[in-house]
Write a protein that binds this ligand. Structure first.
Ligand code: G4P
Length: 553
């Protein structure tokens, strides 16, 4: 039943929400950090629950079986938790490069990205690509340098690496005192307080003992936060001379020679704010969480980006609108349904609400909106800007669709990212052809893989993916969910470019072996076999524009 809400209440709900995607190279500690954040927020009560849940879910859902077999995360999940009066939506993403398309799409639904870096390893190739996507999409990035309890490059070197590799200013919000076995705590730069590291505490939510950083530097007493032992005391004394002085020097350098935090530059993607900590040792979590809530922008209050003419004269209170950034079929094999994930952009969503799909103009009821926690589902009564709702949609909603209550609006589509591997696919069992076609169509609609069609008479279908494992998932799911066997034949293409030319009379000079195709939305594209061919294509066709990322969805 519909209840009224005031503008003030809606505004309060918006300002107390933070929606972010957590991204990293595999093994940097994303799962561990997520788990510690959920523990802090009380969404789970025991460490290991995220992994525990993962394996329970794998047992329930058969395509998740693939995740279990490979030890990888194939698709993004949504997790929510509260910290004090802030409602946090955490969009978890698969770390593996081959599933980065899913990560890229998830970023479209986030107001901020948290990039987890392994302090011992520094910047890794996957991190670099993700940073570039965030920069290209104008998504502010907060960096969490994890595993500071492990020996590795100095914190100054890590900052330098971030700045050099990503051409971005790295602004530390806190600073570690030592690393590896010498790690002694973290200094919060704004308050000049040192949070002392202790391995004693069994209470994961216990606040770290704090000391004024200048006092720590001046005094000769122990750094031990609790029960100092004579052995520890002497260790601390010897550390003080080296580790503390080094940290003090580094901090001076950072404060005087480093970049200053400028909100506009951070929001514009020219600055990343850097936190240090150890998710495994549960240290730096609270500093990070509080800092994150303070710095991460709340969902935008700005009017919809492309209001249509009918928006004129809209009612005073912002109406519900959102967009579909993810479709996931068969999350639960018991139901075999299709869930569209909608990011709420404006207004309040209420259960049983009627909405219009901007693409088709169809009016549909959203009867069962779900709050999806990982793979678990709870019915959702209401949602606010920044929230993610899961809607069971038998085919009505598509990836990139905008939906609205009354005030027409169309958000930018969810982009298709450049595929890097290509294959043809067929079904060797003719009696399962129908199921094969339906399965493939649904997987393409979900964005599990891209599909191109040859422009010739045969319209041969070509699967395209960012990584090989995406093909494995498609074949696995065709077999397990649609009982349709498939055969894959790799094709020699290396790149796809969507093209456009204003002058229809100009013929394209395509390199040898290239293939003209249309994507599943009918947009023309060309498949090319090598980097060299790509350069030739661009050089020989100055009247054409070639796009690596295409926004049709
Ligand atoms: P991911 O989701 O980014 O892939 O990484 P995940 O959290 O699974 O962490 C990868 C490994 O790094 C795990 O060890 C985890 O325990 C360890 N780790 C995470 N955070 C820290 C940290 O702050 N300090 C240290 N020293 N290690 C950390 P594993 O041996 O691969 O798995 P497990 O046996 O611990 O589960």
């Amino acid at each position: 039943m519909s209840t009224t809400i005031t503008r003030k209440q809606l505004e309060e709900a918006r300002l107390h929400r933070r929606t972010f995607a957590i991204i990293s190279h595999p093994d940097a500690g994303k799962t561990t950090l997520t788990e510690k954040l959920l523990l802090f927020g009380g969404s789970i009560e025991v460490a290991g629950a995220v992994r525990g849940r993962k394996s329970q879910r794998s047992a329930r859902s058969d395509w998740m079986e693939l995740e279990k077999q490979r030890g990888i995360s194939v698709s993004s999940t949504v997790l929510t938790f509260a910290f004090e009066d802030t409602h946090i939506n955490l969009l978890d993403t698969p770390g593996h490069h081959d599933f980065s398309e899913d990560t890229y799409r998830t970023l479209m639904a986030a107001d901020c990205a948290v990039m987890v870096i392994d302090a011992a390893k520094g910047i890794e190739s996957q991190t670099e690509k993700l940073f570039r996507v965030c920069a290209a999409r104008g998504i502010p990035v907060i960096t969490f340098v994890n595993k500071i309890d492990r020996p590795g490059p100095s914190s100054l070197e890590i900052l330098g690496q971030i700045e050099k590799e990503f051409s971005i200013e790295a602004v530390p919000i806190n600073w570690p005192v030592g690393n590896g076995p010498e790690f002694s705590g973290i200094v919060d730069i704004a308050s000049n307080q040192m949070h002392l590291f202790s391995t004693d505490s069994s209470d994961f939510r216990a606040a770290a003992v704090q000391r004024s950083w200048p006092e720590v530097l001046e005094s000769n007493d122990s750094l031990e936060p609790t029960k100092p032992s004579p052995h520890r005391n002497s260790l601390v004394q010897s550390l003080k001379s080296e580790v503390l002085l080094r940290a003090a020097e580094e901090l001076e350098l950072v404060k005087h020679a480093g970049q200053e935090y400028e909100r506009e530059r951070f929001l514009g993607g020219q600055q990343t704010l850097v936190f240090f900590g150890s998710a495994l040792a549960n240290f730096g979590m609270e500093l990070f969480l509080r800092g994150f809530i303070d710095l991460c922008p709340p969902p935008s209050a700005s009017p919809p980006p492309k209001p249509t003419e009918a928006s004129e004269g809209a009612r005073d209170l912002p109406q519900f609108s959102g967009f579909v950034f993810k479709i996931q079929a068969n999350l639960d094999p018991m139901h075999r349904d299709r869930v569209a994930f909608i990011r709420v952009r404006t207004g309040r969503f209420e259960r049983d609400m009627d909405v219009t799909i901007a693409r088709s103009g169809n009016r549909v009821r959203l009867p069962r909106a779900l709050k999806v926690f990982g793979r678990e589902r709870l019915t959702m009564e209401e949602a606010f800007p920044g929230d993610i709702i899961g809607v069971v949609c038998p085919g009505e909603l598509r990836l990139g669709d905008s939906v609205y209550e009354d005030t027409p609006v169309r958000y930018p589509g969810v982009p298709q990212f450049p595929p890097e591997v290509f294959a043809s696919i067929d079904c060797p069992d003719t009696s399962r052809r129908k199921q094969f076609d339906r399965g493939l169509e649904q997987l393409v609609e979900e964005g599990a893989v891209q599909l191109f069609y040859g422009t010739g008479r045969q319209r041969d279908a070509i699967l395209a993916a960012v990584g090989e494992l995406q093909f494995d998932v498609v074949q696995f799911r065709l077999e397990s969910e649609y009982k349709a066997p498939s055969r894959l034949h790799r094709l020699p293409y290396a790149h796809a470019r969507w093209y456009h030319c204003n002058d229809r009379q100009v013929a394209m000079k395509s390199p040898y072996g290239a293939k003209l195709v249309n994507d599943s939305f009918g947009s023309p594209a060309i498949l090319i076999q090598s980097d060299w061919d790509l350069k030739q294509l661009e050089r020989n066709n100055p009247d054409f524009t070639f796009d690596a990322i295409h926004e049709t969805r």
